[in-house]
Design a protein around this ligand. Structure first.
Ligand code: DGP
Length: 115
């Protein structure tokens, strides 16, 4: 567990979150400050600070995170209209929690390019 990592604490159940999925490898929960009607965060239980820290052995994990996001998009009812998956990497991209996380956003028209 990352020392003082808020997402490790959510995964462990030490701080509350509205969880939508939990398994031995990943947890999905609602973003506390949603940027769209559907805004779900998917995290691995493993503490990996940024996408820059990914190693080849993480490829199956990242694949399963994307597949979980796809399932959650369908469950949220945004799959047909459209949704976005985002990994922010480091401060210039807007990363503010140093534990990799996949944003799933939908339920409104999303501008492109992002700000
Ligand atoms: P990023 O800016 O890409 O690092 O995204 C971090 C997201 O995590 C941001 O949209 C807000 C969300 N977040 C931060 N702290 C908490 C928390 O304690 N609970 C929940 N549910 N979401 C959080």
């Amino acid at each position: 567990m990352g020392k003082d990592c808020i997402f490790c604490k959510i995964a462990a159940g030490d701080i509350p979150a509205t969880k939508l999925h939990e398994d031995e490898e990943m947890v999905a929960f609602r973003d506390v400050a949603p940027k769209a009607p559907t805004h779900i965060i998917i995290i691995p239980r493993a503490h990996i600070p940024t996408i820059n820290d990914l190693k080849p052995e993480h490829a199956p994990l990242i694949g399963r995170m994307l597949l979980l996001a796809k399932q959650l998009a369908a469950r949220a009812g945004v799959a047909e209209k459209g949704y976005r998956m985002v990994f922010n990497c480091n401060a210039a991209a807007g990363q503010s929690v140093w534990h990799i996380h996949l944003h799933l956003l939908g339920g409104r028209d999303l501008g492109w390019p992002p700000g």
